[in-house]
Design a protein around this ligand. Structure first.
Ligand SMILES: [Mg+2]
Length: 257
């Protein structure tokens, strides 16, 4: 299998909540030593790329913030490309900071775009107002539509649940969903097309689908969400050309020339 560039997922691959997945960290170091160009992509919009980069560095993986693309950064790259100025944000610091850095003014009314990500302090009143802005004609942008996400406490509702609230109240779906499985994530990560890119992740629904949508190669790592993958499903994926591996050390072995 040929791949020069890897787009590696974080949750379920490098860590799962607080737990570090050390066999994958070791595999990542091997992949970097092999000279592969590695970028990290995550649908989590609550933290900044610089925070992820710091955490990765602590694990001995040399990266800077520009190597990490969150769905918040991808959304900000899009609203900036669209020339938006006034933006209403439903989201946490990770999203608010990316929007500010993109040059947007954060407003509560008269928005040109409403950008929605995970906000664990979301309140009815602001969500309702955001839906009103969309009804009025503001662009409706979502960081991602993941319905749930893993956390220390187990299951929690994801950004997709808040997007669904606004969609229902505004009467229309988002105009743009920035995160996985939108190939836009790879554009933001690598600048150009998806040639010789392999997407590496733990979820069929987001990571493998992203690869399919982008025409990129895919590797499913059985250390996270889809670790209980059945034999039949595994064969189905392998038939589609997906490289299914136990961990990233196994991926390094498979990609070694
Ligand atoms: Mg994941």
């Amino acid at each position: 299998m040929r791949a020069r560039r890897l787009a590696v997922d974080l949750d379920g691959v490098v860590w799962e909540g607080e737990r570090i997945i050390w066999e994958n960290v070791e595999g990542l170091r091997q992949l970097l030593e092999m000279g592969l160009e590695v970028r990290f992509i995550t649908n989590n919009s609550t933290r900044r790329p610089s925070e992820y980069a710091r955490r990765l560095k602590e694990l001995g993986i040399p990266v800077d913030a520009g190597y990490v693309v969150t769905s918040a950064r991808a959304a900000a790259a899009w609203t900036r490309a669209k020339g938006m100025l006034r933006v209403m944000v439903i989201g946490e610091d990770g999203l608010r900071e990316e929007m500010r850095e993109a040059g947007h003014e954060l407003v509560e009314e008269g928005a040109e775009a409403v950008v929605v990500g995970l906000d664990r302090r979301a309140c009815y009143e602001r969500l309702s107002r955001a839906a009103g802005e969309v009804r009025r004609g503001a662009l409706f942008v979502a960081t991602n539509r993941d319905p749930t996400l893993p956390s220390r406490e187990g299951f929690i509702a994801g950004a997709g649940a808040l997007v669904a609230f606004i969609e229902a109240a505004a009467g229309r779906p988002p105009d743009f969903v920035a995160g996985k499985p939108n190939p836009w994530m790879l554009r933001v990560a690598f600048g150009a097309g998806a040639g010789d890119v392999m997407v590496v992740g733990d979820r069929v629904e987001t990571d493998v689908r992203l690869a399919m949508n982008a025409g990129a190669a895919a590797s499913l790592v059985l250390t996270g969400a889809d670790r209980e993958l059945g034999e039949r499903e595994r064969r189905r994926l392998e038939k589609m050309g997906v490289l299914v591996v136990e961990d990233l050390r196994a991926l390094a072995r498979r990609l070694r020339p």
